[in-house]
Design a protein around this ligand. Sequence first.
Ligand SMILES: [Zn+2]
Length: 300
Amino acid sequence: MIDHIHLIDTHFQGVPEAIASFCVPHEGGALLIETGPQTVVDAVTNRLDTIGLAPADVTDVLVTHIHLDHAGAAGWWAEQGATVHVHTVGARHLADPSTLWKSASRIYGTDMEALWGEMRPVPETQLNALDDGDTITVGDLTIEALDTPGHAYHHHTYLLEDIAFTGDVAGVRLPGSLHIAPPLAPPEIDLEAWRSSIERLRGRDLSYIAPTHFGLFSDARDHLDRLAARLDSVERFAEELMASDPTDDEIQEAVTEWMRTEAEQDGVSGPLWTRYETANPSWMGAAGLKRFWKKHRAEA
Ligand SMILES: [Zn+2]
């Protein structure tokens, strides 16, 4: 199966290997896992053209979750005729992206259009809401949706034989590196749920991990072990940091510094670090971690 997967580099913001889309041809066309944002539609369609596929050949689009870097162009693909498959909780936001767009605007401000272009609605008739364990049969392919919260509540991993398309739940790892950075974006990160999701993935006989940021890695077991260890260190770091009751600026500074140091310890620096920052900005990690910790503490 692995030989049938086309890894598409969307060249988001002109940066290579930051956001991926995956194309899997089947007997009646092709399916796409992750669309990237509207701003990368040309890059994706150009790449499909090189493998002899027109946009209308894409019968099905699967998105792991509704964040704009994963599902921003879902509406555009629906306009080309594709059925869009998404976690039940995310479905209404693809049907009417206005709330999603508004909440992303609070994070990205005036950069919204430059980064994400726009987000078009997916007609209800072309939306397929998936629950945990649901399978989709497309042509000769069968794909299972596995509920994997942690980065977001509404997050599926898609299993195709021994390949897991993990969206953001298996972290950010760029080609040529063993460094795994869990994307700690607000507003929904939940370290407990995240750990359970890793355990679920460990329970499957996986050979390959395909994180949207970025690629196809053949060391699934090791990857998940390293990811679990990384989450533990995130928690230890956050516990220590928050114990001193820091100001927002102090949190921002400490998290950014910590993420850079952790990456450096794994040999990530220079242009590779810039790519990690494009795929997973540390300022956003700081915001997400702060929000999680306040909520976590309030509940405790
Ligand atoms: Zn995300």
